[in-house]
Design a binder for this molecule. Structure first.
Ligand code: HAM
Length: 408
């Protein structure tokens, strides 16, 4: 878990602004959910057998004996809020987005933190493949607006409750045949979660499963048509993509479309964003049967890529004006005036350390102040002073009495 110090926080805010803008352009509405939920919510949605639920959650018993968990992702919470807040009643399609901290106790490494931040969206109430594509386009649009274009879009279909069980049995049968060649982890997964064996990064596993049947080749007619339409739409929109038949993702709730956006600028943790369709999840969580699709993207990983690509986000911005007082009365005038400007929303700063003019000017420079105004006995007597623009050195004589109005 790390701190985001002021210089970095300014860059985060610039990126968050782009996130809000693009979400608005796609007509998603913001939702803010609590930082923790009842543990059962995640076990039921993400899946008991996933790494997230079985090894990575920050779970504890609170003082009333309830098991609560810091949220490891945003989808389960958003859906719980959708059900409890009856959002589905307000229209047949509900588009939600969120941003915030998530928690997973993973082994920390570059691009993998225990408290990280995601932004994501969920569209509830429609089966349309257009929405699956929209979920890919939202993060891609944000990345493009932030100057990042070198990403890869990987898509797959993980089928539905109709075509998945027979395929799972077929995969199990095939995996049992090569059991001896698989890693211990993968051997353990054959019976419980055979899909994850295909997703293994282990070289031996990859070799042993090279010619295994893939879900995308065993889809039912409905899933197959849906997957074809997603591809057709991506082509129409000129969005490059690759089909990755081994992409299964680390959460169990997906049906049909699953996708990831990766970047070569990241190390082994190369996923910038991931998502997919989950047509059974709302009902599983106690709501009416409601199809859904969504994505989430990592903020820290995006910042890493932006740094590597050297893309420009506004750096730290300083006060609009630094008011410098030379003696007691002029310091008081500077403080009063700074407060009056701030009340009008203008970022203003003054000195609190009784520093010399030279030191105050140095401070104004260090803080990237756009203007300075130096006030002393003389200025207070004549009621005029000189405002200096730091970048150009240009000076303007101003009346102190009307300064707040004119500078505003
Ligand atoms: P996820 O793939 O688990 O999906 O996470 C989405 C993104 O969050 C990842 O691609 C990555 O950028 C970031 N991320 C995940 N774990 C970490 C970590 N430990 N440190 C830093 N970044 C991380 C979900 O969370 C689903 N809820 C996505 C979704 C929404 N599917 C449907 N709707």
């Amino acid at each position: 878990m790390r701190d985001i110090l002021p210089d970095e926080a300014a860059r985060w805010r610039a990126v968050e602004n782009v996130v809000h803008q693009v979400m608005q352009a796609f007509n998603y509405r913001e939702i803010r959910t609590p930082v923790m939920e009842q543990t059962e919510l995640f076990a039921r949605s993400i899946g008991e057998l996933t790494d997230i639920v079985s090894k990575e959650m920050y779970t504890f018993t609170d003082r009333s004996g309830d098991s609560v968990t810091l949220k490891p992702e945003g989808t389960a919470s958003a859906l719980r809020a959708y059900i409890q807040g009856n959002l589905g009643e307000q229209g047949s399609l509900t588009k939600l987005y969120y941003m915030g901290p998530m928690f997973r106790q993973e082994r920390p490494q570059a691009g993998r933190l225990r408290q990280f931040h995601q932004f994501g969206a969920e569209a509830l109430g429609a089966m349309a493949p257009e929405l699956d594509v929209e979920m890919m386009l939202i993060p891609l649009t944000m990345y493009r607006n932030l100057g990042i274009s070198q990403t890869s879009l990987l898509i797959n279909s993980v089928g539905c409750q109709r075509c998945r069980p027979p395929y799972k049995e077929l995969l199990r049968r095939e995996l049992r045949k090569v059991r001896a060649h698989l890693s211990d982890d993968s051997q353990a997964r054959i019976e419980q979660n055979p899909f994850r064996v295909l997703d293994s990064k282990d070289g031996g596993d990859r070799k042993a499963t090279a010619s295994m049947p893939l879900m995308k080749d065993h889809l039912c007619a409905e899933c197959s048509a849906h997957f074809a339409r997603v591809q057709e739409l991506l082509k129409k929109l000129n969005v490059p993509f690759e089909i990755d038949g081994r992409l299964v993702r680390g959460l169990d709730y997906y049906t049909k479309t699953a996708f990831e956006i990766t970047s070569k600028d990241l190390g082994s943790q190369d996923a910038l964003a991931g998502g997919g369709r989950y047509d059974l999840l709302v009902e599983e969580l106690g709501g009416k049967p409601t199809p859904g699709v969504g994505f989430a993207a990592g903020m820290e990983r995006l910042m890493i890529v932006m740094e590597k690509r050297d893309t420009t986000v506004p750096g730290p911005s300083g006060p609009k004006i630094f008011l410098i007082g030379l003696d007691g009365p002029s310091r008081t005038w500077a403080f009063e005036t700074a407060c009056a400007l701030r009340a009008r929303g203008i970022p203003a700063e003054t000195d609190y350390l009784e520093r010399s003019v030279k030191a105050q000017l140095r401070e104004a420079n260090r803080q990237h102040a756009e203007f300075v105004l130096v006030i002393g006995e003389e200025e207070l007597k004549t009621g005029t002073g000189k405002v200096k623009e730091m970048k150009t050195g240009r000076e303007n004589t101003v009346s102190l009495k009307t300064f707040v109005q004119t500078f505003s």
